[in-house]
Design a protein around this ligand. Structure first.
Ligand code: SF4
Length: 379
């Protein structure tokens, strides 16, 4: 393996870091953002997702994963403007959970999420009707991962279901069965759904079925559909799919003693080989609590891994893949776009507001509040 390193086929963590595009923001932009933040401090709060680059995180009043930021948004009633440095579905969620007097702003409207785009509302309605020709959908609970549009969250709320995140997916699946539902339809991330159902709940794989929305009846026979407990939408994260089942062993061979720590959006085989698996918040906590000298190969978005590495020089931290896996849509939020939003607010102009339709807002809020309630009880 060391020959591969010498041949530069597998770069060392240092090489990975050096290969990054430098994230430098001009001093003038940094100064102007700080000045405007100070001038608007009673009206504005800036939220930053952990996957944002460092030159955005430096301006965030609060950082978190999608669950933590959703909770903050539901508690920040004293700020008129919530500037959400994340992606579109997160800003929608903040709009659903925030007060009527508040406005949520996404600095770059092109900051979407490829996973969220894999489940369109019209497709979900069609699939629901298709399944309804075979089963009683009153016994089927739709649960959507946070990484989905407000329209899909609303669909779940209206049909007795809920939203989940990677930190509470098991609790939401258990809640669904405790409500008398016999099956769950989970979207959009097949990997989180399968990893939760199999590794955390012990549901056999024969009862966990991929429902391929591009095929008639999801590519299943009526009998397979009837015997399934969990139906998984065919979606995935384009960042976490880069982690492959060969990577844990490569890292263990390169760095004896290293522990593999991955996000459950990674595929089933990667998760099977990991030492630890959990949400973004869990990954951060695990590293924070580890003793000096600990060694980690982490399977999640690169900016977060790199930040952990810088914050914990007493440990050895590298990305699980032998290259950087970054979320290119998260990366669209730049200091310049943030500055543009603040300058417009200073002039009284609200740019890039994210506003969920009232009809969707009502049911999306029901689905999100079910999640918050289930999580509160599970803690
Ligand atoms: S990391 Fe994956 S799931 Fe998260 S925003 Fe990027 S594409 Fe979407």
């Amino acid at each position: 393996m060391s020959e591969l390193l010498e041949l530069n086929i597998l770069p060392s963590p240092k090489t990975v870091e050096e290969s990054l595009v430098a994230e430098t923001t001009s001093e003038d932009v940094v100064r102007r953002i700080h000045t405007l933040k100070e001038e608007l401090r009673d009206k504005v709060v800036i939220l930053g997702h952990h996957y944002q680059r460092d030159d955005i995180v430096q301006f965030a009043d609060r950082t978190g994963d999608s669950f933590e930021l959703a909770r903050y948004a539901s508690e920040l009633y004293d700020r008129e403007f919530i500037i959400f440095c994340g992606v579109h579905f997160m800003a929608e969620t903040a709009d659903v959970l925030s007060g009527d007097n508040q406005k949520v702003i996404l600095p770059d409207l092109k900051a979407g999420c490829s996973m969220s785009d894999m489940a369109r509302a019209e497709q979900v309605y069609d699939v629901w009707d298709e399944i309804g020709e075979q089963l009683d959908t009153a016994k089927l609970c739709p649960i959507t991962y946070m990484n989905s549009s407000a329209a899909i969250k609303a669909f779940c709320g209206e049909h007795g279901g809920a939203v989940s995140t990677s930190s509470n997916n098991k609790a939401l699946f258990e809640w669904a069965f405790s409500q008398g539902f016999e099956k769950i339809l989970f979207f959009p991330d097949q990997h989180l759904g399968r990893n939760t159902a199999f590794y955390q709940m012990g549901i056999p794989l024969e009862q966990i079925r991929l429902y391929d929305q591009t095929k008639p009846l999801g590519g299943l026979t009526p009998e397979e559909l009837r015997s399934a407990k969990i139906l998984l939408w065919r979606g995935h994260c384009s960042v976490h799919q880069h982690f492959q089942s060969s990577h844990p062993n490569i890292m263990r061979a390169l760095y004896p003693g290293i522990q593999v720590l991955v996000h459950p959006e990674c595929n089933f085989d990667v998760v099977r080989q990991a030492d630890k698996v959990g949400s973004t918040a869990y990954i951060i906590k695990t590293v924070e609590q580890a003793p000096p000298g600990s060694m980690w190969a982490i399977g999640t978005e690169h900016h977060m891994v790199n930040r952990l590495r810088k914050e914990h020089p007493e440990q050895f931290i590298t990305t699980l893949a032998p290259y950087a896996c970054e979320c290119s849509t998260m990366f669209r939020i730049s200091p310049e776009s943030l500055l543009d939003i603040l300058e417009n607010l200073k002039r009284g102009v609200v740019k890039n507001q994210i506003s969920v339709e009232a009809s969707e807002k009502k049911w999306a809020r029901v689905a999100l509040e079910r999640m918050l309630e289930v999580t509160r009880k599970a803690q």
